[in-house]
Design a binder for this molecule. Structure first.
Ligand code: ATP
Ligand code: K
Ligand code: MG
Length: 670
């Protein structure tokens, strides 16, 4: 069983594996370490990763990229609408307000959910890993942005299940980076104070900043901050808009009206941006962009930097927020590590080093650190692997509250169940006074932390039915967890009945590990801490908990999604093997043509040679015309037909060869 980490980016995916000697990044069929995060539908078969990228300009309307932007989100969210305007494929709203992607496949328009497509991408990554490691892959850790909502996390788990993966953890990207940084740096523990490091990850679509502290044998995330909508692609867009305006004037074309032209100009702008990272100026040349016009232009780095000034400014915001939330002052920051390939623009590091008043560290591998950290975490969580003891404490970037029919449930100091910055995984026990089925709701307590118009509701839980048998004093204890994936769950609810005279505690929240002070009815009650002096129960009973979780697939939906993936895989395999048969027929034609002219020249009769030559020519013509897109069987049959003509000649030739050999042998013996 192998131990794998996946970084699924909006643009690039990286797969890392933990080996006894350390972490390796796996290569794909093209020997690349990065896999394009794309799924493309051809007419009768899907293409993934590098193959999808190759088919993207041919099939712009059925090539899906930047899947993370859509996963676990609602169609009408303003951020989603902004993204959809940029994407070449068609989408619509499904019956639950979710997103549906429509594309042409197998001769008809078909709909896919983002979860289903992410399942395809993960399944492709799994295949690369299995091929390279030559073992099945299931246990893994997958990186996710720290700002992912509960629904987005659930959607990732569903997609992983469709792909046949079992994530031991969905891990915040920056936490993975920090883990990979800290675990090998034993020098960080040299002095007794924690060492504080800032990690800044600028990807294709987003920016994530985190402050982490390192001590001997442990690391702790102090804060996460982010801009969900600021990454490398925004710099592409600046160039795109610049040239779109220029081309309108210069060539009188409006690229915005033409999907293919948009896709091509965007791709060229991204290339241009990369050229500008290494050069002071760059040329843009696109043949036949639209209306049969070739376009040409040129830009200097200075001008690009001017155009991006607003974006650079925006980068400051999450950096300052992460620092402020961590409570660590700039003087106490040991170093600032810049990762993510979006950060390769020179103006970005220039701006950040002046903001943090130091040279930026570049000790972390900017494009592989997330996958490497995930593989490490997977090794640490896996029972089959031994890693040195190292503690990872992550912090949760959103405040989560709970409420019941009786109103919000708070701690005595009026804190929420999971305040912002909560170390997780975390279990809290609610002790509630209820006599009948009741409902609990989990919600985001601070609407401003979410992207605009997102509902604050997370999930609701029905606790019950139950009834109290003795008429004695009863309490319901509910175990609430913010689990390793950052998903809110209720693990169990227990009805506990006490002798009336024994019961002292009222409603309260306590930490599972009994470390925090107990809370009673809105006030701190030192006497009723759940340490030791718990009243004696006369009866305990498990109560059913039914979760109504928004965002997750039901069991039936999940198995349907898996079946759909299986039949898509079958179709892909069928097309692959059809292609193989077609290739086999084609090369047979060429090989036989050559043999008829050389090897079999004297074996075949004149009429045989003519007949076969005609047949080979007909087959070749057929392959380029009617037979270009035929069934597997059609190719097999054609191959057999020609073989029937050639077999007698081949046999005669072999017989002749054998006779020749036999007479040679005979000559040797005399
Ligand atoms: P995300 O983190 O948003 O999910 P990702 O992890 O796929 O996305 P990365 O691979 O870290 O993103 O970065 C991709 C971005 O980096 C793209 O916008 C790409 O254009 C940009 N990029 C790559 N190389 C360079 C370069 N040399 N100069 C400037 N930008 C670059
Ligand atoms: K990546
Ligand atoms: Mg990334």
């Amino acid at each position: 069983m192998s131990v794998v980490g996946f970084d699924v980016g909006n643009e690039n995916c990286v797969i890392a594996v933990a080996k006894q000697r350390g972490i390796d990044v796996l290569l794909n069929d093209e020997s690349n370490r990065e896999n394009p995060a794309m799924v493309s539908f051809g007419e009768k078969q899907r293409f993934m990763g590098a193959a999808a990228a190759a088919s993207a300009t041919m099939h712009p309307k059925s090539t899906i990229s930047q899947l993370k932007r859509l996963i676990g989100r609602k169609f009408r969210e303003p951020d989603v609408q902004n993204d959809l305007r940029l994407f070449p494929f068609e989408t619509s709203e499904d019956s639950d307000g979710g997103i549906q992607i429509q594309l042409r496949y197998m001769g008809e328009i078909q709909s896919f959910s983002p979860v289903q497509i992410l399942g395809m991408l993960l399944s492709h990554l799994k295949q690369i890993a299995e091929k390279s490691l030559k073992t099945p892959v299931s246990d893994c850790v997958i990186g996710i942005p720290s700002y992912f909502t509960n629904s987005q996390r659930l959607a990732y788990l569903d997609a992983a299940a469709i792909a046949g993966l079992r994530p031991l953890r969905l891990m915040h990207d920056s936490t993975a980076t920090a883990l990979g940084y800290g675990i090998y740096k034993t020098d960080l523990a040299a002095n007794s104070n924690p060492t504080y490091i800032v990690f800044i990850d600028i990807g294709h679509c987003d920016t994530q900043v985190c402050v982490a502290s390192f001590e001997s044998g442990s690391m702790r995330v102090r804060s996460h901050a982010f801009d969900r909508n600021l990454g490398g692609r925004d710099f592409d867009e600046v160039l795109f808009n610049h040239f779109a305006v220029e081309f309108k004037e210069k060539y009188n074309i409006d690229v915005y009206t033409n999907t293919k032209a948009c896709v091509r100009l965007r791709a060229s702008c991204e290339k241009l941006k990369k050229v500008l990272s290494a050069n002071a100026e760059a040329q843009l040349n696109i043949e036949c962009l639209m209306e049969e016009k070739d376009v040409k232009s040129f830009i200097k780095r200075e001008e690009f930097e001017k155009l991006s000034a607003g974006l650079l400014e925006r980068l400051i915001v999450p950096c300052q927020k992460a620092l402020a939330d961590s409570g660590v002052s700039l003087d106490h920051i040991h170093s600032v590590e810049l990762v993510g390939s979006g950060s390769r623009i020179p103006a970005i590091s220039k701006m950040l080093s002046s903001l943090f008043k130091r040279e930026l560290g570049r000790t972390v591998n900017a494009s592989e650190c997330v996958a490497r950290g995930c593989a490490l975490q997977c090794a640490m969580l896996s029972p089959v692997f031994r890693v040195r003891d190292y503690e990872v404490q992550d912090s949760f970037p959103f405040a989560i509250g709970f409420s019941s029919d009786k109103g919000p449930i708070n701690t005595p100091s009026n804190e929420l169940l999971f305040p912002k910055g909560q170390i997780f995984p975390s279990v809290k026990v609610l002790t509630l006074h209820r006599e009948n089925t009741f409902q609990l709701e989990a919600f985001y307590a601070n609407h401003n932390e979410l992207s605009p118009d997102l509902p604050t509701q997370i999930s609701s839980f029905m606790i019950g039915p139950f009834h109290i048998s003795h008429g004695e004093a009863a309490r319901v204890k509910v175990r609430v967890q913010l689990n390793l994936h950052g998903i809110v769950t209720i693990d169990s609810a227990t009805l506990i009945e006490y002798h009336k005279e024994n019961i002292t505690s009222e409603e309260m929240i306590s930490e599972e590990n009994h470390q925090s002070s107990a809370m009673k009815d809105g006030t701190l009650d030192p006497s009723s801490g759940s340490t030791g002096n718990e009243p004696k129960a006369i009866k305990r009973m498990e109560i059913p908990v039914v979760a109504n979780v928004s965002g997750a697939l039901t069991k039936d939906e999940l198995s349907e999604a898996k079946q759909r993936e299986n039949s898509l895989v079958e179709q892909d395999l069928k097309m692959e093997s059809t292609k193989d048969k077609k290739n086999a027929l084609e090369s047979f034609v060429y090989e036989m043509r050559d043999k008829m002219l050389n090897t079999y020249r004297n074996t075949a009769t004149e009429s045989e040679r003519e007949c076969i030559a005609r047949n080979l020519q007909e087959t070749e013509d057929w392959l380029y015309e009617d037979g270009d897109d035929e069934s597997e069987n059609a190719y097999i049959e054609k191959l057999n037909d020609i073989k029937k003509l050639i077999d007698p000649i081949e046999n005669r030739f072999k017989d002749g060869e054998e006779r020749l050999q036999a007479s040679k042998d005979l000559l040797k013996t005399i």
